[in-house]
Write a protein that binds this ligand. Structure first.
Ligand SMILES: Nc1nc2c(ncn2[C@@H]2O[C@H](COP(=O)(O)OP(=O)(O)OP(=O)(O)O)[C@@H](O)[C@H]2O)c(=O)[nH]1
Ligand SMILES: [Mg+2]
Length: 458
């Protein structure tokens, strides 16, 4: 593991040009290193802001700098720390880092500041991962998840389950010490009952993690548009095989038809829907149409990508688009719409309009481009899910599943009247698995996996 006694330094602000930039330093030698570069702190042991200057040599010269100093363990990392605030220019910030490394600091590795916060007991592992989630959150939903996790919403119940398991284990092990004396610390019925409660809680946490995306990153792509616009043909062309029935008559597709494929390594579910139409109540097809429209609308609202198909020969594409936009109800927060003019082989290329992607299943025009566009979205959709707190789910669902299995086995042992030493050994493993999730038990490998995903300076 990396040595926590060394003093580390890194640029902590984005390296794109900005008004202000920050260099962060943490470790036992923060105060002497600052002094070595001419930044004097008051001797007081409290947090302080120092207005000073730092000499960056030629050609940069001396620069005004504001230093926030936490000279004791009362800081984010649990050790003396400082932040040097100055103008947000990458070369200037890099020169400051160079001056500080010459004075004895070492360049920080990715996530090393947050790892120190974890090692100092300031954060547990799910909270450390939530820090990454907050940094990466591009959308409100993921930011809320990350902030909840940072507030301990995941760790608290897990810690509670673990502590209940430890109590049970203590009872079982105490019983083992007194087997000959007929003292019972916990009855078999009570043991099974309490284990069942914990098992249900562990399983629920595992499921909720997985539904948040640990194993789910399938993007749903729905095809919408007018009857006979060529939706089913287009789906077949994109997927490369006949999944949807196609025909010359409008109203061929009635059911929601879906197929799963992988697109550049990402799972995609393609969903064909009935063309958008309405029928008068006395029409014999009224009911079947209403049902297929309702199915199609639901598919559309669940989709991550909606591909809107309008026949390129349509005389007013913009009006058709406005109509769909106002008549299709709400959609998922992070979804996108792609507007496709189909059957481009039937029009002259000079008639093409901006903001529309043109496709033809006869000439193959635009099909690859549309597939690439979907692929691009799906890749970023996956990244967002995995990059934020999905990391926690990916890391932990195995440990939680293992804990659940051990508890099940322990229950079976009790019910079969097997010796409590077997029960105790299952419980011990389960406690360890739960500890791995919160970081109460950790290995270098776990730390590498968690903090290696951070950027340097965090
Ligand atoms: N010229 C030309 N005709 C096409 C193209 N794509 C589809 N068509 C024709 O358009 C008609 C309808 O195609 P479908 O794919 O069944 O259309 P749909 O949108 O699924 O229709 P519904 O399921 O009835 O809503 C068929 O006659 C196709 O041959 C294309 O790119 N060029
Ligand atoms: Mg169809």
């Amino acid at each position: 593991m990396l040595d926590s006694n060394e003093t580390i330094v890194a640029i902590a602000s984005p390296t794109t040009p900005a008004m202000r930039g920050i260099v962060r330093m943490s470790g036992q030698s923060v105060v002497p290193i600052l002094e070595a570069v001419g930044i004097k702190s008051s001797q007081a042991k409290r947090a302080q802001v120092i207005q000073s200057r730092i000499d960056l040599g030629t050609p940069l010269g001396k620069l005004d700098i504001a230093v926030s100093l936490w000279p004791t363990s009362q800081s984010y990392t649990g050790q003396p720390s400082a932040e040097l605030h100055t103008i947000g220019s990458a070369p200037v910030l890099q020169s400051i880092v160079n001056v500080l490394t010459t004075a004895g600091a070492r360049a920080a590795r990715p996530g090393e500041f947050t790892m120190r916060a974890f090692l100092a007991g300031r954060l547990d592992l799910p909270q450390a991962e939530a820090v990454l989630g907050v940094i990466e959150a591009e959308q409100r939903g993921s930011l809320e998840h990350a902030l909840n996790q940072l507030a301990g919403n995941l760790s608290r119940p897990l810690e509670q389950m673990r502590s209940e398991m430890l109590d049970l284990l203590a009872d079982v092990e105490a019983g083992l010490d007194f087997v000959d004396e007929d003292i019972e610390f916990i009855s078999d019925e009570a043991l099974v009952e309490r284990l069942s409660v914990i098992h249900a809680a562990v399983d629920k946490t595992r499921q909720s993690m997985e539904s948040r995306g640990g194993n789910r990153s399938r993007a749903i792509v729905a095809f919408r548009g007018n009857p006979n616009a060529g939706k089913s043909h287009l789906i077949n062309a994109l997927v490369g095989r006949e999944v949807a029935i196609v025909a010359d008559v409008a109203g061929t597709t009635r059911d929601v038809v879906s197929v799963e494929t992988t697109l550049d390594g990402h799972a995609v579910q393609w969903v064909d829907t009935a063309g958008i139409e309405s029928r008068a109540q006395h029409d014999p097809l009224f009911e079947i149409t209403a049902a297929s429209q309702a199915h199609a609308l639901r598919a559309s609202q669940n989709a991550d990508v909606r591909i809107w198909c309008v026949d390129a020969c349509h005389d007013d594409l913009a009006a058709q688009r406005r109509y769909f936009e106002t008549h299709d109800g709400s959609s998922k927060r992070s979804s996108i719409d792609i507007w496709v003019a189909t059957k481009s082989d039937l029009i002259d290329s000079t008639q093409r309009q901006p903001d529309w992607m043109y496709t033809s299943v006869i000439t193959g025009d635009g099909v690859d481009r549309l597939r690439d566009r979907v692929s691009q979205f799906v890749a970023s959709h996956d990244k967002e899910e995995v990059g934020s707190i999905m990391g926690t789910a990916a890391r932990c669902s195995g440990s939680l599943a293992h804990a659940a299995t051990c508890i099940e086995t322990a229950i079976r042992f009790v019910q079969q009247g097997d010796g409590h030493e077997f029960v105790a050994s299952e419980l011990r493993v389960a406690v360890e698995c739960l500890g791995e999730v919160t970081g109460a038990v950790y290995t270098d490998d776990i730390l590498d996996r968690v903090f290696g995903r951070f950027c340097i300076g965090k």
